[in-house]
Design a protein around this ligand. Structure first.
Ligand SMILES: [Zn+2]
Length: 452
């Protein structure tokens, strides 16, 4: 008991500087704030933005600055917290705003304090609600599509005891994502031949088997056909942004949830989401989530922008082994594959462990099924919106690369087109998109699966 009190006392002394330097924040900027910013402007690396992205899976803290951020962190217990020291930096109102956040809905963070640790170092202390692991990365400036980020330091926190065992149905996806993030963090950079990560990988990834009787209906033994719905973008990656400020990431999450509810009310299908909150999930992780859940079908939902605001119409994409089916398809794949650069997670897919020939066999089989699924869904979308192209389009979308899951990417409409942005902003249209995709899935699964 005394030890505990002494420890707390030591901690208080250790971090006593906060009592003087942590500010009581009022929403209005004071003269003192202006002075702080003026002083901060003279420092060599101005922090321009801070963002917190809480979710059930992990919580991300992003710090954005004019120059490359040099930071280091360590963790302490009693209470559990991370101490992040940002070098060559001066406290400003942007950093101070971190303490204004409400953390009631954040599963990880309970509070944040900031202070000027020494003349050149800002210290951020993040208090955690539970045992937490962290991984960090620095991200170079990105100017792509709707985003324009300067230098970022990304601090991802996730529950430390999130072992992928003792799964229950309701949080199965969260466990998988956490396990995946840990897997990603454990991997040494550059050396893919190291034994440990590949053996861990083989445990975590389902075995790919060559298809038998390629033209037969596929038998599903687990009761219902599992559809993994993938709402595009999220968190640091807003997706496309319309003229009225409509963000694709919010639109597609709403459509995805509507689609999930329709699927879950059916007798033959059930649905899961790759993300159910406003959080960034790397493209490769979306594929990994689907494969770990042993999904039968993968549907990525988008509402993107095109180069010209005049472009409009719904479209459906599948993976292409070779080139893209059109300049349009190539543009869309490139812009979607940029998501990892925008989201700030350097993820490398490691397919080298999989037998190449088996992969090719599986993939071409899967791609034929993807085309059939895409055509069926596109035919349904025709009833509610113009089609951008009469047939499905093909290109190298990273998110459609599960070798053993038929995968399509649905562009509901263009948020860059004023008429379609208006449509996407109505719940009526979002429900219609969900309904048409659902109808397409019903037709496709009836034709291609038999339930055991
Ligand atoms: Zn998109």
């Amino acid at each position: 008991m005394f030890d505990e009190i002494n420890q707390q006392r030591r901690n208080l002394i250790k971090f006593g500087f906060f009592s003087g330097l942590t500010f009581l924040i009022s929403p209005k900027k004071s003269a003192a704030d202006d002075l702080i910013d003026q002083i901060a402007n003279d420092s060599s690396n101005q922090i321009v933005s801070v963002r917190i992205w809480p979710s059930d899976v992990y919580t991300r803290l992003t710090i954005e600055a004019e120059q490359g951020i040099k930071a280091k962190y360590f963790n302490l217990s009693n209470p559990t917290r991370f101490v992040i020291d940002i070098q060559n930096s001066t406290l400003n109102t942007v950093l101070k705003s971190l303490t204004q956040n409400q953390f009631d809905g954040d599963p990880i963070i309970s509070g944040i304090k900031v202070g000027q640790f020494n003349p050149t170092t800002v210290r951020i202390v993040v208090y955690a609600k539970q045992a937490v692991s962290a991984q960090t990365q620095t991200v170079d400036p990105v100017s792509l599509g709707s985003v324009n980020y300067k230098y970022r330091y990304v601090f991802d926190m996730y529950p430390a005891n999130a072992a992928p065992s003792n799964k229950n149905e309701s949080n199965v996806l969260d466990d998988q994502m956490l396990a995946f993030l840990q897997l990603n963090a454990d991997q040494p950079k550059g050396d893919e031949s190291t034994a440990a990560p590949s053996s861990k990988r083989s445990m975590d990834y389902p075995v790919i088997s060559a298809p038998s009787g390629a033209s037969d209906k596929q038998t599903v033994n687990k009761g219902k056909i599992l559809v993994m719905i993938d709402p595009g973008h999220g968190g640091e990656d807003p997706g496309a942004i319309g003229h009225q400020g409509t963000k694709e990431k919010h639109i597609v999450l709403d459509i995805a949830k509507r689609l999930r509810d329709l699927i879950n009310s059916s007798d033959t299908m059930q649905a899961q989401l790759t993300r159910s909150q406003d959080i960034f999930i790397p493209l490769g992780a979306r594929v990994a989530i689907a494969r770990k859940a042993k999904a039968d079908i993968f549907v990525s939902v988008h509402a993107d922008a095109f180069t010209s605001p005049a472009a409009r119409g719904s479209s459906v994409f599948v993976l292409s082994e070779g080139g893209a089916s059109s300049a349009f398809a190539k543009y869309m794949a490139t812009s979607q594959n940029n998501s990892d650069l925008i989201g700030g997670m350097s993820f490398q897919t490691r397919d080298s462990a999989v037998n190449k020939i088996l992969l090719d066999m599986t993939q071409s089989f899967t791609m034929r099924k993807s085309s059939r699924l895409g055509q069926t869904v596109l035919a349904q979308l025709k009833d509610i919106n113009k089609l951008h192209s009469n047939g499905i389009e093909r290109a190298g979308f990273a998110v459609l690369k599960a070798p053993d899951i038929p995968s399509i990417l649905v562009e509901s409409a263009f948020v860059s087109n004023p008429t379609e942005e208006d449509l996407l902003r109505t719940s009526d249209f979002r429900q219609k998109v969900a309904q048409q995709v659902f109808d397409g899935l019903k037709i496709y699964t009836k034709q291609n699966y038999k339930l055991a």
